[in-house]
Design a binder for this molecule. Structure first.
Ligand code: FMN
Length: 222
């Protein structure tokens, strides 16, 4: 697949087929992503590939934490406390599109939203989960590098006919993930990711969120 096409085709997929992903494909995706740039070639990325029983253990532990009303304690604040425009409007449109595709009505929102959220912890049925972490000694710049690495993982996966969903939700209870994956607590958990073959028949995979055009966000200077 051509690079530009893979970039355009990538979107977050939230329902997967029960079809295994070849180990060789995962290795190639990670190897390709390691070509991402990083300040002074730090290569700050650490990745855990989870499948089978380990993935199930993570799913069960995260669902149990949420159901027992344990307070999420992510290693960093992803979102602002005070949402301002235009970001708030985009956030609301994003949620509406998801719940519409899932057929969740306003009146039964609370319970259905809870179930939909738990689907995050089930990796949306994907056979593979990825967890990205970074050493605490590194600074904000290395988090920028991590973003480039993570995006490259998703593009490489798309080029191979696979789909992904990056998930901050999988990093809501980082201590649980660190414990199960034996990750030293000097590492900060950035996010998880589902990886697998998309179930294209599901409505949740059939919408595409819009983007502003460059006219909106780019300024040109001579
Ligand atoms: C770091 C990161 C964390 C995200 N966390 C979640 C998540 O926990 N659950 C989810 O369903 N989507 C999550 N998303 C997906 C975004 O909602 C999605 O990228 C955005 O709405 C744009 O849609 P698209 O990816 O289909 O283009 C996350 C995206 C990023 C980059």
């Amino acid at each position: 697949m051509e690079t530009l096409e893979a970039i355009k085709r990538r979107k977050s997929i939230r329902a997967y087929l029960d079809r295994p992903v070849a180990q060789n494909d995962i290795e190639q995706i990670l190897s390709c992503a390691s070509q991402a740039p990083s300040g002074v070639n730090t290569q700050p990325w650490q990745v855990a590939v989870v499948q089978g029983q380990t993935k199930t253990a993570i799913t069960e532990a995260l669902i149990a934490a949420r159901r027992s009303n344990e307070k999420p304690n992510p290693d960093y604040d992803y979102y602002p406390d005070d949402w301002q425009e235009p970001y708030n409007g985009r956030r609301i449109a994003c949620g509406r599109a998801l719940y519409k595709a899932l057929g969740i009505e306003r009146k039964d929102r609370k319970q259905s939203q809870q179930r939909a959220w738990e689907n995050n912890y089930r990796f949306f049925g994907a056979p593979v989960g990825l967890f990205f972490s970074i050493h605490q000694s590194l600074n904000t710049g290395s988090w920028v590098d991590m973003g480039m690495f993570i995006q490259t993982v998703m593009i490489a996966a798309t080029a191979k006919g696979l789909s992904t969903c990056p998930q901050a939700s999988l990093a809501e209870f980082p201590d649980i993930v660190r414990r199960i994956l034996d990750i030293d607590d000097q590492y900060r958990l950035i996010c998880g990711m589902s990886l697998g073959y998309a179930d294209t028949k599901q409505a949740v995979n059939q919408y595409q969120l819009p983007r502003e055009s460059p006219d909106h966000f780019a300024r040109w200077f001579d």
